[in-house]
Write a protein that binds this ligand. Structure first.
Ligand code: GLY
Length: 353
């Protein structure tokens, strides 16, 4: 079993092994004091994995209650958080007990926020069941729900007590959901790990690839837990990706937006002489190998306008993340007024098609 430590205060482990879900309870028993948990899952994941999770916690001496909510972005809301809190109260969860997020990034973000709020904070165990949640959302303590004004606008930083990742749970993902996780994997390679790009190209051992991503994320998070500096590197592809998600009324997967966002960043960086030639072509090849989108019909000006509403904007500047060479990206602050002209070169290649 891989045991990776996220060295924040207090530190916590990410356990990674095929088949680990059936031993989640005993792994949790070593990490938390309480013996009563509420497992939160959506109604897509619950029929697949909830019974297994409940049995595993019960076998390890926990009382395990559950709360199931309807799948979908509209349920990533303060109303659902309130329902989780009320369910926890009904179940008699106390301050020394905990919540378990079983599912994808949406479930992890929502349950993380509920855990941070319930009785001013109870333990959270993340059990990600999507590739995206395994390599990104479950690690690092970002919690959030959406507001009418936009995605993930309401949240706190609150680290989990433990992350339990079982790659066997990925076998039930649709090809498109698996691929959106690969967009995040490719993002990690483009940020800081050329060898990871090689592994992705060779389609090598998935568990090892997941471990590489978690290691990168853990390293960045412990250096900048509150997202004030280097952690912003993890937003490579996200400023434009979020804009595309919004422009498509959230009908595309997050990772699909990230894929095109990555290519906008790489193509513009190359065209402005900020990035070695060839980076864009390689990223495009890797993303299309996973059948991820590599272009959008929205033109660069429209993408830029929507990107400027992003919560990563600070006053009249926006910090872009740009690849500079293979396996290396850097932060690139830009006046907001220059964003549209900076990516205008993408029209006809990545945007406006
Ligand atoms: N998903 C980006 C971050 O955790 O900072």
């Amino acid at each position: 079993m891989e045991k990776l430590t996220v060295a924040v205060q207090p530190p916590y482990n990410v356990l990674l092994e095929k088949g680990l879900l059936t031993r989640a309870g005993s792994a949790a028993a070593e990490a938390v004091k309480g013996r009563h948990v509420m497992i939160v899952a959506d109604d897509g994941v619950a029929p697949l994995y909830l019974d297994r999770a409940v049995s595993s916690f019960e076998a390890a001496g926990f009382r395990a209650d559950s709360f199931v909510f309807p799948q979908g972005e509209t349920h990533k809301s303060l109303q659902t958080v309130e329902q989780v809190l009320l369910a926890a109260d009904r179940a008699g969860i106390t301050r020394s007990d905990g919540f378990v997020a079983l599912g994808g990034g949406l479930t992890g973000d929502l349950t993380g926020l509920a855990a941070a709020l319930y009785l001013r904070g109870v333990d959270l165990i993340q059990i990600p069941t999507t590739l995206l949640a395994m390599v990104d959302a479950s690690v690092g303590g970002k919690t959030a729900v959406n507001l009418a004004a936009g995605k993930n606008l309401c949240g706190v930083f609150s680290q989990p007590r433990l992350v339990i990742a079982d790659p066997d749970t990925l076998s039930t993902l649709s090809p498109a959901l698996f691929a959106e996780g690969m967009a995040e994997v490719i993002k990690y390679g483009a940020i800081c790990d050329a060898a990871l790009l090689d592994r992705v190209a060779r389609h090598t051992d998935l568990t090892a690839v997941i471990a590489d991503c978690i290691r990168i994320k853990a390293d960045i998070v412990c250096r900048d837990e509150r997202d004030l500096g280097q952690r912003q590197l993890l937003n490579l592809g996200h400023t434009f990706g979020h804009a595309l998600e919004k422009l498509n009324s959230f009908s595309i997967y997050h990772g699909e937006g990230v894929a095109v966002g990555l290519l906008i960043a790489a193509f513009a960086a190359e065209k402005h002489g900020l990035c070695q030639t060839g980076v864009y072509a390689e990223l495009r090849r890797l993303l299309s190998d996973w059948r991820l989108p590599v272009s959008t019909s929205f033109d660069a000006r429209t993408v830029a306008q929507n990107a400027l509403n992003d919560k990563k904007r600070q006053g009249d500047r926006i910090t872009l993340v740009l690849p500079v060479r293979r396996g290396r990206s850097e932060l690139y602050p830009l006046p907001t007024g220059e964003l549209a002209s900076f990516i205008a070169c993408c029209d006809g290649e990545v945007t406006g098609l």
